[in-house]
Design a protein around this ligand. Sequence first.
Ligand code: AHG
Ligand code: MN
Ligand code: MN
Length: 339
Amino acid sequence: MPIGTTITEFIIQEQRRMKNVTGNFTALINDVVIACKSISSAVRYGSLVGVLGTADTENIQGETQKKLDVISNNLFIRRTEWGGQVAGLASEEMNNVYQLPLQYPRGKYLLVFDPLDGSSNSDVNGAVGTIFSILRRPDDSSGEPTEEDFLQPGTRQVCGGYALYGPSTMMVLTTGHGVNGFTLDQRIGEFILTNPDMRIPEDSHDFSINASYMRFWDPPVRRYIDECLAGREGPRRKDFNMRWAGAMIADIHRVLCQGGVFMYPIDRKLRAKNQEGKLRLLYEANPMSFIVEQAGGLSTTGTQRIMELEPTGLHQRCSVIMGSKSEVERIISYHLEAQ
Ligand code: AHG
Ligand code: MN
Ligand code: MN
């Protein structure tokens, strides 16, 4: 039986190729891996251990938290705060930057995460996941990290990754040298490299968007989807297929494997609420954009590269369009034409 490469072995080999590495990054990834294995286990037991349903609390975005949102957030903190690699944490489920307990040493990294993406899927045994982004603490920052320290454009990410809790649990990550996917081997409790050097297929027929918001869309988005819907008889001269999992992590994972575009664009309804989008820049859009770009795809708001946006707040939102290069290029051109 062939013995696969574990995620730890893979990261250590990758780090050995670089200069001046201290092992801090490898240690941090190891803790993130354990956090995701713990969340995977909590998600897996579902109704058996009473972790499903709402928690009767709201997060900063005014969204009702699921019990699993709170549990996952706590697991992620607990597994990553102690080792001396991070200086501070921030997540979807916490209003402000999380200050590490005094007894733990402060490290050079900042970790920002969506502990459970697509959490409403957990009530229907659908796919959910964890998204994370690792940043370097700015050189000029001292004392406890502030919100300001986290407000770095996506281009400055050291690592972007996600764990997808589907029929199998997968971890997909990039450190800026391509994208690699690992599958949790439940028999030995380790992530094994199963999807080396993932590339988004160019030739695709899939689009992923919540079509119930169609009446609110901007004309360029409407035009792109209308042309897809027109199929073989329309200007694209081919039939398309629509998919919407309700968890960006599951939808973008499919795009990584099979090509296509994922969109949660700005629309009239979001503008009326004074929102720049639905998805959050620092812990949803940026890490997923890093992965998509490293896999040969593109990621945009429609008019701007997502990873070049200058964040102004921890929970800032943005318009999201990402996936196969040629499709995203087409959508960008429709936005340019409309301007
Ligand atoms: P979260 O569960 O972390 O709040 O994220 C859910 C997000 C995203 O993953 C998904 O694509 C989108 O919200 C679904 O929104 P709609 O219900 O508006 O389709
Ligand atoms: Mn999310
Ligand atoms: Mn979430």
